[in-house]
Ligand binder design. Structure first.
Ligand code: 1VU
Ligand code: MG
Length: 350
């Protein structure tokens, strides 16, 4: 068994020391682009400063015969682009059983490792997958002479990954966060959906028959297919001090349902979601930044609670130590976002 003390020692001679706390950098939208798609790649420099994370995707949605073009395209984009202080560069590599992943990791870490903040690993099954990536990254970081460790983000998209989510979240000090991968997870679980995230009209509860008349109209309420999965992922991440994310919403045209899905995830504790198309960037920015009203309310509660103990009445509601703690979560997030987003800083200050 590895000693707790060893956890923070580098896994290869010459690799940077592991971190003990994951930096809480804004990551409201992880914006996906295909580096082998010239049109999309051309948009990347213009997105710097407008998105929290730019992710060069090498895995699903990149055609098999474009995998190498995507990898070399990402190297070229990373070298040519100044990502500034507020936009991070992430990548999603191919799955660990694929013929491409070894070259993905070797090339990216040795050629653009100094620019890469986080590597997203798809289809993670258990802690052993993270341990493999952890050691390999340490060896490659040492070879590349990197001075800070590249962090790892797992996608939760298999039933086994779901059953091991707590172990995955705590598998390495490199773990930055976990995203829900609803499409692959649905297939692996043999769910009977054909969508990329979001709800389903067939997953519902129906009002009981009024007066026993089963033929009369009855109210139906669509239910959330993802509630259990997201809630469990959030707990696993919170328990290990890493960040949970809702993943993709595939119905690009349905911006209303996308916003609903993102907001459900935000309320349950997620810090961001993936944007697959430029239209989803502003949705994520809006949803994953606390509202001006919530920030103002949180400030009032903080002020009313004085030293933070006891109970007070505010607008007819009881506030106490526990409601204050929730308000402090909102205020901490507002402060963090204000530090990088002048527009929000002004709105929250008003
Ligand atoms: O106006 P232009 O023609 O110059 O540009 C188009 C298009 O190229 C561009 N655009 C993007 N730019 C940057 N980043 C993007 N992600 C992006 N998507 C599109 O915007 C202009 C308008 O585009 P459009 O409305 O005509 O859309 P398209 O039909 O070109 O593309 C739509 C899709 C969905 C195919 C495209 O947005 C895309 O490929 N997005 C990324 C998909 C992806 O990464 N999937 C993997 C993650 S999801 C997963 O793994 C689970 C299922
Ligand atoms: Mg997937």
């Amino acid at each position: 068994m590895r000693s707790a003390k060893d956890f923070f020692k580098p896994l290869a001679v010459g690799a940077p020391a592991p971190i003990s706390e994951v930096p809480a950098r804004p990551s409201r939208m992880i914006h996906f682009f295909d580096p082998s798609n010239e049109k999309m790649a051309a948009k990347v420099p213009g997105l710097v400063g407008t998105v929290d994370v730019l992710l060069g995707n090498l895995e699903d949605a990149v055609k098999a015969d474009r995998k190498e073009a995507a990898r070399s395209g990402l190297v070229a984009i990373a070298r040519a682009t100044d990502f500034g202080e507020h936009t991070q560069l992430w990548t999603r590599v191919n799955s660990l059983d694929s013929p491409w992943v070894l070259d993905d990791l070797t090339t990216l870490v040795t050629e653009i490792g100094d620019k890469l903040d986080v590597i997203m690993v798809p289809k993670v099954q258990g802690a052993e997958d993270i341990h493999y990536v952890d050691r390999l990254l340490a060896q490659l970081e040492a070879r590349a002479g990197l001075t800070r460790p590249i962090l790892v983000h797992a996608i939760l998209e298999t039933a086994r990954g779901m059953a091991s989510v707590e172990e995955i979240a705590g598998a390495s000090p490199r773990m930055q966060g976990i995203s829900l991968g609803p499409a692959d997870l649905a297939a692996d679980r043999r769910m009977k959906t054909t969508r990329v995230g979001g709800g389903h009209p067939g997953y519902l509860v129906r009002q009981d028959p009024v007066g026993g008349d089963v033929t009369a109209d009855r109210t139906i309420h669509q239910q959330d297919l993802w509630h259990y999965t997201i809630a469990r992922m959030v707990d696993a991440c919170a328990m290990h001090g890493i960040f949970p994310y809702y993943g993709p919403f595939g119905d690009i045209k349905d911006v209303v349902a996308c916003e609903d899905q993102f907001r459900n995830a935000f309320l349950l504790g997620c810090v961001g979601a993936w944007s697959l198309h430029p239209v989803q960037i502003d949705i994520a920015k809006r949803v994953f930044s606390p509202s001006v009203e919530d920030v103002a309310h949180a400030r009032r509660v903080k002020e009313a609670m004085g030293d933070g103990t006891g109970a007070v009445m505010l607008d007819g509601k009881m506030e106490d130590d526990a409601s204050l703690k929730q308000c402090l979560v909102i205020l901490e997030l507002a402060d963090r976002l204000s530090a990088t987003d002048p527009e929000l800083k002004q709105l929250y200050a008003a």
